[in-house]
Design a protein around this ligand. Structure first.
Ligand SMILES: Cc1ncc(COP(=O)(O)O)c(C=O)c1O
Length: 436
């Protein structure tokens, strides 16, 4: 059994000094990372299937070259107020970053977190269209500052008693496992039904297209349960946006940066957005985010948006080093992600076939999840069993995270060794077996 003596003491002290967090109810106190493994302060070694919530796409504690780039920059100059003066390093980063996007994407804004990247996207959309409504989706998570929280509709606790919010109309996000329009057997039909609903109800009854600035969406819904929308839905969103002069914003904060095998998760659907937001893994373990807009959208005037730490040199040094690696090895990374994703998905599908409580296995590349249900027939979510699985897995050496009502994310670093991936899946399966 895992030792937790030191961990429990830290948790007791922590509870006295920290305000609200989102911690899951298990007692993991991280101390150091090494390859595919993380050690807690009691010396327990676990495999990480969370990438510490999508931040370590390229390895726990990033690579030595990234760490060295940060250290070298720290000795030179850590911070130089990039939004007030000029520096070369963020320009190097931006030039290479923009190259990863479709033709026609010209400028970026750097910030510190996903929520900020989305705030910036809201401003770009409203400023350019001079319209004020936004469309978001039930189950979406776009952040917790008040603009992005207006779009977030993942859990009531995130919003309760915090309004009033910005003007957002929420639409249902298509879940092929539980299509609210009754097309469980035909995901593409489900996707089309969702678009019809938006055209017939939102645009006809809630707000005129002339008032809607943008549709914000996650190409794979993350916190909402790792739900992969049907292609017909994503293509339909693009058409709906074009037909009505509404901008389409792809929140790539969790699903982007090679997580699905592609730099942009939206590329899996053959669709392009007008604005993309990224954070989490682009900082290689440091707080960094970016918003990028199609060049047809005008730049905002000086003073409209800025931030003290945007373009912080030490952070950008690490991000640039990592981006050079990604840009140079994109094809190889894509193949690797697809191959490991195939191996993991096969195991998850076997679990779905073998255990009554595993209702669904889904995802793209290495952004995967299983959904835990009471039974396959009713598909009733079973959060209690999911939590028990997560706890048992941790006690046996696997750090994972929940998402949605009752799903388990499989989100390891993309460069995890195959042996660690398989070992982690073994631990997960044994936790399911113990929970049934
Ligand atoms: C899709 C998505 N958007 C936005 C955010 C918010 O990012 P941050 O916590 O860095 O503000 C998250 C965080 O989980 C996310 O998954």
């Amino acid at each position: 059994m895992r030792k937790t003596e030191k961990s429990e003491r830290v948790i007791e002290r922590d509870r006295k000094v920290f305000m609200t967090t989102t911690r899951e109810p298990y007692n993991f106190v991280a101390e150091r990372g090494d390859g595919d493994f993380v050690y807690d302060i009691d010396g327990n070694r676990v495999i990480d299937f969370s990438s510490f919530v999508g931040v370590y796409n390229f390895g726990i504690n990033s690579s030595i070259s990234v760490r060295n780039a940060i250290k070298r920059q720290m000795d030179k100059l850590m911070h130089a107020a990039f939004t007030d003066y000029y520096s070369e390093l963020p320009v190097d980063f931006a030039e290479l970053f923009i190259k990863q996007f479709p033709a026609g994407f010209g400028k970026i804004f750097l910030s510190n977190s996903g929520t900020e990247a989305n705030e910036d996207a809201i401003k770009i959309a409203r400023y350019n269209t001079r319209k004020h409504y936004l469309i978001g989706f039930y189950g979406a998570f776009h952040g917790r500052s008040l603009g992005s929280l207006s779009l977030t509709s993942s859990k009531v606790v995130q919003r309760a008693h915090l309004g009033p919010f910005s003007e957002v109309i929420h639409a249902p996000y298509p879940n092929p496992y539980r299509c609210i329009f009754g097309h469980d057997d035909d995901p593409e039909e489900c996707g089309r039904a969702h678009i019809d609903y938006m055209r017939d109800h939102i645009l006809k009854r809630e707000a005129a297209a002339g008032e809607i600035a943008a549709i914000f969406f996650e190409p794979i819904q993350g916190e909402g349960g790792y739900i992969v929308p049907p292609k017909s839905f994503v293509k339909g969103l693009r058409e709906l946006a074009d037909d009505n002069e509404i901008l389409l914003v792809s929140d790539e904060i969790q699903a982007g940066y090679m997580r699905t095998g592609k730099f942009l998760a939206l590329d899996n659907f053959g669709v392009k957005a007008d604005i993309y937001t990224m954070a989490k893994s682009i900082g290689a373990g440091m707080p960094m985010a970016a918003t990028i807009a199609n060049s047809k959208l005008s730049d905002m005037p000086q003073g409209k948006h800025s931030g003290t730490f945007a373009g912080n040199l030490a952070i950008v040094a690490g991000a640039y080093e990592q981006l050079k690696h990604v840009s140079k090895n994109k094809r190889k990374i894509e193949m690797e992600v697809k191959e490991k994703g195939r191996v993991a998905m096969k195991r998850l599908q076997e679990m779905r076939n073998d255990y009554e409580i595993v209702g669904d296995a889904r995802g793209i590349g290495m952004m995967l999840a299983i959904e835990i249900v009471k039974d396959k027939k009713t598909k009733i979510p079973d959060p209690k069993s999911r939590d028990a699985i997560l706890k048992t897995a941790l006690d046996n050496g696997l750090l994972a995270l929940g998402c949605g009502d009752s799903s388990v994310r499989i989100l390891p670093p993309l460069n995890i060794a195959k042996s660690s991936l398989e070992k982690g899946l073994d631990i997960l399966e044994s936790a399911i077996r113990k929970t049934v």
